[in-house]
Design a protein around this ligand. Structure first.
Ligand SMILES: [Zn+2]
Ligand SMILES: [Zn+2]
Ligand SMILES: [Zn+2]
Ligand SMILES: [Zn+2]
Length: 247
């Protein structure tokens, strides 16, 4: 059991309390987004992901099993730093491997190489994605970024940058599409994104309005990734409404 309130060295004035708010927030440790339960000081509007509240140092990462990572409260090394999982900037708390010059956001440490949904697997691509990401339509995120992508192993492979999942959710939180559901749908997040890939925008199959098999899988994968990237310990129920750019 994790404690309900505790002091953290990054906020020595007051204890941080474990609160369950179904709202998005910016973590004051790693500066990344979050959603749902978190450690919080109400007086100062100070929030920490659970992963940032209780870092494990040293730790390992499923992407680089032979490496060891240490926790730091600020970016290490020279120049601008990027997360080697999601490709986004490192601006605060970080896990760093000096020998291999690798960095991870505290939440990104929990990403795994494989996400299994029934018989379908989403695997981390070792190199750049061999095909375009179905969200941003690019193979690479940018010249200097090292973000990874997941590839599905179903008939028509789909590629998705880890960073694009974060982007999809961030765009939604700006538009206030986060909503706390009612009753048993407590932990609910509605994604409404415009995607260029027509295949992805087809929420429902033509027959009988039943969700296609791919969509059932995509929802589970997005829920899993959202829960990890946004430091939400309970799986988020995602209601995915992706709209085609050119309907
Ligand atoms: Zn954080
Ligand atoms: Zn405070
Ligand atoms: Zn990251
Ligand atoms: Zn992408």
């Amino acid at each position: 059991m994790t404690p309900t309130r505790q002091l953290h060295p990054s906020h020595p004035k007051h204890e941080l309390e474990w609160v369950n708010r179904q709202k998005s927030y910016k973590c004051d440790g790693c500066k990344e987004g979050g959603f749902g339960p978190r450690y919080r000081c109400d007086r100062c509007d100070y929030d920490l992901h659970e992963a940032c509240m209780f870092p494990k140092s040293p730790t390992t990462h499923d992407f680089f099993k032979e490496r060891s990572f240490k926790f730091f409260d600020r970016p290490q090394g020279n120049g601008e730093r990027y997360c080697d999982a999601c490709g986004r900037d490192i601006e605060g708390f970080v896990y760093h491997c000096k020998e291999a010059n690798l960095d991870f956001h505290p939440c990104c440490v929990n990403l795994t190489r494989v996400i299994k949904v029934g018989v379908t697997e989403f695997r981390i691509c070792e190199e750049e994605a061999p095909s375009k990401c179905c969200y941003c339509e690019k193979k690479n995120l940018g010249k200097d970024t090292k973000g990874r992508s997941y590839a599905s192993t179903c008939e028509n492979s789909y590629y998705l940058h880890v960073a694009c999942v974060t982007k999809m959710i961030a765009e939604n939180s700006k538009k206030d599409y986060f909503r706390s559901g009612d009753g048993d749908n407590e932990n609910c997040l509605v994604l409404k994104n415009r995607v260029p890939d027509r295949r992805l925008s087809l929420n429902r199959s033509s027959k009988g309005g039943k969700k296609s098999r791919f969509w059932k899988i995509a929802e589970i994968v997005l829920s899993t990734l959202t829960a990890i990237l946004f430091g939400n310990p309970t799986p988020v129920i995602i209601n995915v409404l992706l709209l085609a750019l050119n309907p």
